[in-house]
Ligand binder design. Structure first.
Ligand code: NAD
Length: 480
């Protein structure tokens, strides 16, 4: 079988590392065999990136010229959006509609950071002597970008767009579950006329290709999105090497419903907040806190809506919950649900594989709701990253804030209430990078995104998101 090559310095190369299979989780079929980048291949990629980044044609390219290239990349993403969506869908099983939306968001990220570099200005600081002090922002050089499988189209675009806009070259290592979108982005860069070597894509296993990349002495900045354990391991390496690192990690986000909320709107928000992407979203609202006086009523609304969700193939009309990203991942999710049973939890929806004989042999799992656990139970503490919602009652704001913050994570939070004062108080008290009030999971490239506590370090996106990929440099001009 042919092994799919990856991209170094504008050339498609067959790796010398461990190849791996890409499998469609919706039906178990093989998508293809993908080349693995060895440490030697990674070295080759980093050297190419460094050469391209230091080339005066790139280094001296004016911001509006770089912006033009990024806009061209965005145009090609739009043109090939349907194909990009299909590639991602075949690899991680996400609903086609979600994949299409993510392709649109990927193009948006390139346009946004094109706008940022065209409009951002450098600073002149107030003078404290006979000099002019100005601050300019330099690229690091070679940035390593490492990404997970759940939303590669958008996550890779937002890293690459900001890092390249800032003037860096990037070596991108996508997840071994979803190598395709990154390889296509590499092709788009070449077709858009971005100089070869500015974006290199190395596919391979985390412990081989990813590790070689973060350890490479010429990688000057690491941008990682993935699990907290991997992020911690990468953070240790970065600390030893003294390179900056941006870490976007896991979550166990509280979704809070007060008695005075619009309960129908809240129920919609809670159900889509956990079950879109089959719960495989870092910001999934996976712990539902219901004010005790409405507990039974609101839970019934959520359970009813959840049971009505249609589990089905990602490209079938009417599907609302697609399969999990892999068969191994489904087993992980099942183990968590079993742990909840062992801890005395009650399954009030789902809790098993669907028994619909019409479904193909994919990694499907029913949307699941668990009650009767404490906040300390394993299923409430750890990120399941699947379609599993744990429900807990609360009594008043103080109890709510203590329970909601009683987690090692701090990525997202949803609050449903008609009282703007209460929403403000709770939003300020919750330890999370993003708080949604009377909405959930809305995302925009125009605001910073990231986590408190074990959910990460640093913020991506937003106007100043470009600074993640730049070093400030002060230049003092003597005026005596
Ligand atoms: P993961 O940590 O297993 O893998 C992420 C990436 O790291 C992959 O490309 C993998 O190959 C690579 N990797 C693994 N070990 C490595 C090592 N030792 N050195 C270097 N690279 C290595 O995560 P995953 O299972 O792919 O993704 C799911 C996780 O991602 C969840 O925890 C989810 O919350 C998180 N996530 C976070 C955000 C966010 O923005 N905060 C967004 C999406 C996903």
């Amino acid at each position: 079988m042919n092994i799919k090559p990856f991209l170094i310095g504008g050339e498609w190369v067959q790796g010398t590392g461990t190849p791996f299979d890409s499998v469609n989780p919706a039906n178990g079929e093989l998508n293809g065999r993908i080349g693995g980048a060895s440490a030697a291949d990674v070295d080759h990629a980093v050297r190419n990136a460094q050469r391209a980044q230091r080339d005066p044609r790139w280094r001296n390219m004016l911001p509006h010229e770089r912006a033009r290239l990024l806009n061209r990349v965005a145009d090609l993403i739009v043109e090939r959006g349907s194909e990009l969506a299909s590639i991602q869908m075949r690899e991680n099983g996400k609903l086609r509609s979600e994949c299409l939306a993510q392709a649109g968001a990927a193009a948006g990220a390139f346009r946004y950071f094109a706008g940022v570099i065209e409009t951002m200005v450098s600073e002149i600081a107030p003078s404290r002597g006979p000099h002019v002090a100005n601050v300019v922002y330099e690229p690091f050089g070679v940035v390593a970008a490492i990404t997970p499988w759940n939303s590669p189209l958008t996550l890779e675009a937002q890293k690459v767009a900001a890092a390249v806009a800032a003037g860096n070259a990037v070596v991108l290592k996508p997840s071994e579950i979803t190598p395709g979108p990154a390889l296509e982005l590499g092709r788009i860069f070449l077709d858009a006329g971005v100089p070869a070597g500015i974006l290199n894509v190395v596919t391979g296993l985390g412990g081989e290709t990813g590790l070689a990349l973060v350890q490479h002495p010429e990688v000057r900045m690491i941008s990682f999105t993935g699990g907290t354990a991997t992020g911690r391991a990468i953070g240790r390496i970065a600390a030893e090497r003294l390179v900056p690192v941006a870490l976007e990690l896991g979550g166990k986000s509280p979704h809070i419903v007060f008695a005075d909320a619009d309960l129908d709107a809240a129920a919609e928000g809670v159900v889509s907040g956990i079950f879109t992407s089959s719960g495989q979203s870092c910001i999934a609202g996976s712990r539902l806190f219901i004010e005790r006086s409405i507990y039974d009523d609101f839970l019934a609304r959520v359970v009813e809506r959840t049971k009505a969700l249609k589990v089905g193939p990602p490209d079938a009309d009417g599907s609302q919950v697609a399969p999990l990203s892999s068969f191994v991942h489904r087993e992980r999710v099942e183990a968590y649900v079993q742990s909840a049973r062992d801890d005395g939890g009650t399954i009030v929806a789902g809790g098993k594989r669907p028994d619909d004989a019409a479904l193909p042999a994919g990694a499907f799992y029913e949307p699941t709701i668990i009650t009767g656990l404490t906040n300390e139970a394993k299923a409430c503490r750890e990120e399941i990253f699947g379609p599993v919602l744990c429900v807990l009652p609360f009594d008043g704001e103080a109890d709510l804030v203590e329970q909601a913050n009683g987690t090692s994570f701090g990525l997202g939070c949803g609050i449903w209430t008609e009282s703007y004062k209460k929403a403000w108080r709770v939003a300020r008290a919750i330890e999370a990078g993003t708080v949604w009030v009377n909405t959930y999971k809305e995302l925009t490239v125009a605001v910073p995104f990231g986590g408190f506590k074990d959910s990460g370090i640093g913020r991506e996106k937003g106007y100043y998101g470009i600074r993640v990929y730049q070093e400030p440099k002060t230049i003092l001009w003597g005026m005596k």
